[in-house]
Design a protein around this ligand. Sequence first.
Ligand code: UFG
Length: 432
Amino acid sequence: MKKTVLVSGGAGFIGSHVTVELLEAGYDVVVADNFSNCDRTCFEGVKKITGREDLPLEVMDFCDLKAVKALFGKYHIDAVIHFAAFKAVGESVAKPLMYYKNNLESFLNVLEVAGAQPGGCNVLFSSSATVYGEPDVVPVTENTPRKPATSPYGNTKTMCEDILRDTVKASEGALKGILLRYFNPIGAHPSALIGELPRGVPNNLVPFITQTAIGKRECLNIFGNDYPTPDGTCQRDYIDIVDLARAHVYAVTRMMEGKMKKDCEVFNVGTGRPVSVLELVNAFEKVNGVKVPHKFAPRRPGDVTAIWADPTLANEEMGWKATRTVEETLKAAWAWECHLAQQKEAGSDDTGKATSLKDQILQAADKANEAISDAIDKVKEYSALSPEEKKAKQDEWNSKLTEAAEKASDSVKDIVDDIKEGADKLFKGKKD
Ligand code: UFG
């Protein structure tokens, strides 16, 4: 009989790619999402790629214990992959309680209900390289000591890792767990039907690059060129999203086939290849034949200098290996951005891109409101500092204030773009 995998947060960037790979590997999948941080574009894209119009979707919040119980009552779930969580580092610093409440409660509910299933359950948690903090030695192995996280978001990853480990141990075999520590997932499915869809101004590098290349953003800020790295910019382990998604299939199969060596295992999911910010920007321009206007800006607070994975354990134990080159991945990322632009041009709403233009504008307005309030708070915070404090942390504050001002300005630009789009549509309608 086919095994069923529940993918919580399955309509998001990583969740949708994992769903495709699971379906293609022959698993049944139940997607569950509350759409708090994504729209239906990727869910619709998954159905198109796999031809599975019947793909089950449960719109629900994992913080609602009753709903989680009902979900497990409705389907026989053999494994859960838990993605449903907030993930913006900066936002987590501003709203720690929101992050602790959402990210911990949802996972606790999953474990409580999964652990009570007759016959037990397998749980795969999406962790992050953030748990290593600023490592003393690179590349990092799974035994590299974890460091205190620099954000509440990072703390929730470390805490959920510990919660899973303890719960598996206490479950006496009912639960099995795998923690996958992701490095930097980038790119999009080769079909260009699913990809990353950040709301408002992107925090992550690659969506910012693609949006700048297409003209949605004026200029990419490269945060810091004075790091102790070969070209002065930070180094990361950028992993293709499809490679990353495939790692989940290997991990789930390992759990289902009873091949685990311990009841709770940890694997790094990376390529083992460090790439600097500047190298990534240059590679993107070269492989896609487009320009990405960029300038150097002050360091972004909280960034680590360099981190990349030693993926030997995942390669040897799980038999999984990243296969795609950075160039292939950057091509896919660009194809996805171009696909989104075409959709917008055609005014097509059939992929469920936004429920309506009105919602889109209201969302953009909410984002702008947040970004402007954040900028005002930062200016107030800065003004309240003593001259000595201002002097001591001048660089850090320059970067914080510049970033906040740019975010506010970009978010206002987003509203203007949305309003223009609406006006264009209205005008087209009149003409036709
Ligand atoms: N960067 C820029 N300009 C930008 C955006 C990013 O120069 O506009 C730089 C960053 O300073 C960093 C690199 O690009 O050096 C990568 O930044 P990302 O934001 O794309 O990714 P991070 O490595 O900061 O974050 C990732 C995940 C987080 C996770 C974090 C912890 O996205 O979820 O790793 O390691 F918490």
